[in-house]
Design a protein around this ligand. Structure first.
Ligand code: NAP
Length: 321
């Protein structure tokens, strides 16, 4: 089968389409014919080996995980002997960040790592949902404890978490502000953000406006700066960003909570936990993933270049016939 392989850490130029052996499912796995996969920040981090965390996961000097791709949607082709929830022909999607390998024609997945996709969801839409969607649900609902009609801000709002998160927040009647770079703001207004802020010209923590809930996809400020923009009794929830700032949020968050009555929290992703909820929202016409360009598998390098440039709006998706 064809797969996009890399053997050295580096930029998108490290990715090449190669012929590799088709995987065989273990007893508790299914073999998926991948019809679409989306790119996440984690794919880029594993490609570049930019952090000690990613190198500890995949190899200090060379990547052991040589086929990236966690978010996939496709058709079950074969099932392992112990699989009970799926049969060949099922249309499924999920986040395979425990095993990777989605930038390929076929991938094996544990049956616990996937769910049936809503029949009306395209494969491209389904592939756009798992990781960013789970981060958004868990930041807003599980950790953020969103309540009706709150004032909410998403930082880094023009990517996967923000564009899916907006649609979930709107189910709660929220007034939603999105912060990102200037070229994404028209798209963000068009999909329903009530207010937009260009982070390169305006610091949302210095506007004097405070929010009930902030969801941050790109934490780059101190826990004290972020707390300035949270109402008393409100919450700040980060899903990712600069590691020193995340560590600071982890360590000093409880101090801010005690002193200022504002909860400062970090999401630890529970992959695939809420895919059924996403199916329900989609079926009810309340969720529509925002897709940037889609690229055929052979052009995965170009797809990764677009993602790495930061210019993507919503999700970048790779497709397979
Ligand atoms: N917590 C966990 O367990 C876990 C698991 C997986 C992933 N993650 C993290 O979750 C996040 C995923 O977010 P995503 O899928 O929405 O990413 P994304 O699609 O790349 O979107 C991020 C957006 O943030 C913008 N941005 C970059 N720097 C910014 C800044 N300083 N201020 C405001 N906006 C900024 C980017 O635009 P420009 O580039 O144009 O600025 C981009 O539009 C990542 O941080 C990832 O590391 C966490």
């Amino acid at each position: 089968m064809k797969a996009v392989v890399y053997t050295q850490y580096g930029g998108p130029e490290m990715l090449s389409l190669q012929e590799v052996e088709k995987p065989k499912p273990k007893d508790n796995e299914v073999l998926i014919h991948v019809r679409a996969a989306s790119i996440n920040d984690w794919d880029l981090g594993l490609l570049t080996g930019d952090s000690i965390v990613n190198r500890a996961m995949s190899g200090m000097s060379k990547p052991k995980l040589q086929i990236l791709g966690s978010d996939v949607a496709g058709i079950v082709e074969e099932v392992g002997t112990a699989v009970t929830r799926f049969v060949p022909g099922d249309e499924v999607y999920g986040d395979l960040s425990s095993s990777w390998g989605g930038f390929a024609e076929y991938v094996c997945a544990k049956e616990t790592s996937i769910a049936k996709k809503s029949p009306r969801m395209s494969f491209e839409e389904a592939a756009a949902i798992p990781q960013a969607g789970m981060l958004a649900v868990q930041a807003l609902i599980d950790i953020g404890q969103i309540r009706p009609n709150q004032k909410i801000l998403f930082n880094g709002a023009g990517g996967g978490v923000g564009t899916l998160g907006l649609q979930i927040a709107k189910q709660f009647g929220a007034e939603v502000t999105g912060v990102d770079s200037a070229d994404k703001l028209p798209m963000m207004k068009a999909i329903g953000f009530d207010h937009v802020i260009d982070y390169r010209t305006t610091d949302f923590t210095k506007t004097g406006i405070a929010y009930d809930l902030i969801v941050d996809a790109k934490t780059s400020r101190s826990v004290f700066q972020n707390a300035r923009a949270v109402k008393k009794g409100g919450r700040y929830v980060t899903v990712g960003g600069e590691i020193p700032m995340l560590l600071q949020t982890l360590v000093l968050g409880p101090v801010v909570s005690a002193l200022q009555g504002k909860k400062m929290k970090i999401v630890a992703l529970k992959a695939n936990k809420d895919l059924q909820y996403m199916n329900e929202l989609f079926e009810a016409g309340k969720l529509k993933p925002i897709l940037d360009q889609t690229f055929p598998l052979i052009n995965t390098r170009e797809a990764m270049e677009l993602y790495a440039s930061g210019k993507h709006k919503g999700k970048v998706v790779i497709t397979n016939p």
